[in-house]
Write a protein that binds this ligand. Structure first.
Ligand code: PLP
Length: 394
């Protein structure tokens, strides 16, 4: 049988890769499944996007290749959004890269900037596209274990000098998946400064920029002076607009820093469906009338989740952003065994922290992607599993 490459064989299993099939099997067995696994909301996308998609899909020019340029209307909507939301101006044609979901761009970016002999700095637990891109590009990941003690921030002073000297990319994601941590502005200023000194590309993954609560407004990395020299920021339509399956996102940054990504992509894809880009443009232009209402639904779910999981014996802090609770497991219960029992015995799907990398053990992640009642039911079932596993460990 033809053999896959060593790079592919070296990849870990993708945490969400097998879950849809497991879920299908549970449902076929008649289990009442509550899926809090993927960050994939059950809520409707904006009406304007649905309408514009239907309209655009009926226009035959939209069915042609978008190529790297894509739909100019989408690029312009992105720049209007970045200006309104963060106060930063970008050139629509030179400083925006339309993406087929931000995961696509994030993973391809490593091919543009890292190769054998280089290192990328990957916070763990974290989004696995950083690791995938790095390993498929032949570079070496330096796994930095995030710690609750310092707010799940990457402390560059803890990374050996040799690693920093070899590093081509630092991946940062705040608001953070899975820990829900947020980064203070002073921290971001410091990181930008360090990346400038060290000549490291700062990949700032801002997929959750609009999903924040209690008056917190996540910044863009470009609010930091000097970021344009070292940073590329990734944004997604997925979480903000409940458009995960539409596969649409964008990268912004200086034309020079984006050029290698554009070049890689020109050999790999030929652009997202332009009707989807048209719909995304409509959603972005109407963001102000959609986002606040959508976030308030997530806030209600967050509050329900925090209370319910605490009431059932778990410890977690109240997240200021994202759609996740990052919940500590007491008594050294392994997160994979806990998640497996919870799924098999109680039909509740969560992500074990260990599947998200080194620093994730001892935790599991819950996504607020269903109603408060179902979240409460899931927490109750999780409490039963905790009780059984805790008792067994004694
Ligand atoms: N970045 C982070 C941190 C994420 O959690 C996700 C999705 O879960 C993405 C990027 C990718 O989003 P998409 O490819 O749907 O735009």
């Amino acid at each position: 049988m033809p053999r896959p490459s060593a790079r592919v064989l070296a990849l870990p299993d993708y945490p969400l890769g097998k879950l849809p099939e497991r879920k299908r099997q549970l449902i076929a067995r008649g289990v009442d499944v509550i899926d809090l696994g993927a960050g994939d909301a059950d809520l409707a996308p904006p009406d304007v996007a649905v309408r514009r998609l239907a309209e655009a899909a009926a226009m035959s020019p939209m069915s042609r290749y978008g190529f790297g340029v894509g739909l100019v209307e989408y690029r312009q909507a992105v720049t209007r959004f970045m200006l309104r939301r963060f106060g930063i101006a970008f050139d629509a044609m030179r400083e925006v890269v339309p993406l087929i979901g931000s995961k696509e761009g994030i993973s391809h970016l490593a091919l543009a900037y890292a190769e054998e002999g280089n290192t990328t700095i990957i916070p763990e637990p974290g989004y696995l596209a950083y690791l995938g891109g790095t390993q498929l590009g032949g570079a070496e990941p330096y796994r930095y274990a995030l710690k609750a003690g310092n707010g799940f921030l990457v402390d560059l002073d803890e990374i050996p000098r040799e690693v920093l000297n070899q590093a081509r990319i630092l991946y940062l994601n705040y608001p953070n998946n899975p820990t829900a941590a947020i980064a203070p502005m002073s921290y971001l200023e410091d990181v930008v400064q360090r990346c400038r000194e060290l000549d490291i590309l700062l990949v700032y993954d801002n997929a959750y920029s609009e999903m924040a609560f209690d008056g917190y407004t996540p910044p863009s990395i470009f609010e930091v002076d000097g970021a344009r020299d070292v940073a590329i920021e990734f944004h997604s339509m997925s979480k903000t607009f409940n458009m995960t399956g539409w596969r649409c996102g964008w990268a912004v940054g200086s034309a020079d820093l984006l050029a290698p990504l554009v070049r890689v992509k020109s050999f790999i894809d030929t652009g997202a469906f332009m009707a989807v880009q048209a719909a995304a443009a409509a959603a972005l232009d109407d963001a102000e009338s959609f986002v606040a209402g959508n976030v308030s639904v997530f806030k209600e779910r967050r509050d329900a989740a925090v209370t319910a999981f605490r009431d059932n014996g778990f410890a977690c802090s109240t997240p200021m952003a994202t759609m996740y609770l990052w919940i500590a497991l007491p008594g050294n219960i392994p997160s994979a065994a806990f998640a497996e029992s919870l799924m098999e015995e109680e039909g509740v799907i969560v992500l074990p922290g260990s599947s998200l990398g080194a620093g994730g053990e001892g935790f599991f992640r819950v996504s607020f992607v269903t109603s408060p009642d179902r979240i409460r039911e899931a927490a109750l079932r999780a409490g039963k599993v905790l009780g059984r596993m805790g008792a067994a460990a004694q």
